[in-house]
Design a protein around this ligand. Structure first.
Ligand code: NI
Ligand code: MN
Length: 225
């Protein structure tokens, strides 16, 4: 699987003909790794409705007919917006697709969509090509982060570390210990001044205190697992 970081909390996971786009905030993202018009996903998954995650979902979904997976309140709004190929799980629910599955997990945060629809934020546990990727979404540190590994070995964790709106890089070290992934890729930092942080310090702290390796990607860069 190729994991391409597209800036902020946006990633594209590719395996064979399947291209999963997560939290497609590209237009208006000062650190975007691609243009929304370049994206051609088969699936789009949303962690929650905030604009820095919801982003270009409507435009990309309508243009590509990619299947969108989002918590039920967001899914309903997307259908009202004219997006046709939508799955609407709630926390704990799994959606299967060709080549894998995705499950929504709890995340401690708040959320409404840009249009004002209230929704519970989620993390995403994604299995694609036999590998498991856990996108934590926007969250504080909380002990249930460790529940994911009780069921599936986590190959890669995509983890917010910017602070202010989410946990910071210090809580991220404990999160990395609890998630227990082979590889941690930090995100949701340095996009805007309030979430500036030291990613190299996060890397050295995680690698000295846990068994995880940290891979720092610049927007547009990829990592293969
Ligand atoms: Ni948020
Ligand atoms: Mn956010």
């Amino acid at each position: 699987m190729d994991i391409r970081f597209l800036g902020h909390a946006c990633f594209e996971l590719s395996e064979g003909e399947t291209r999963v786009l997560i939290d497609p905030f590209l237009t208006g993202n000062p650190k975007a790794g691609a243009e929304a018009s370049e994206m051609n996903p088969t699936h789009i998954f949303l962690t929650h409705g905030h604009g820095d995650h919801y982003g270009d979902v409507v435009e990309i979904a309508k243009r590509t007919n990619a299947q969108v997976v989002a918590i039920v309140e967001i899914a309903n709004e997307l259908q009202e917006e004219g997006v046709e190929n939508v799955a609407d799980p709630n926390i704990g629910g799994t959606v299967e697709f060709d080549g894998g599955w995705v499950r929504l997990t709890p995340a401690w945060h708040t959320s409404t969509t840009p249009k004002g629809t209230a929704n519970t934020p989620a993390g995403l546990v994604i299995n694609l090509g036999g590998k498991t990727v856990y996108h934590l979404g926007d969250t504080s540190l909380f002990s249930d982060l460790q529940l994911v590994k009780a069921r599936d070995h986590v190959d890669v964790a995509l983890m917010c570390i910017g602070g202010h709106y989410t946990m910071d890089r210090h809580d991220g070290v404990t999160a990395a210990e609890w998630v227990g992934a082979d590889t941690v890729i930090p995100c949701h930092y340095n996009t805007f001044p309030p979430i500036e942080t030291d990613d190299e310090a996060f890397k050295s702290d995680v690698e000295s205190k846990t068994s995880s390796k940290v891979v720092i990607l610049q927007p547009g860069e990829s990592h293969s697992v």
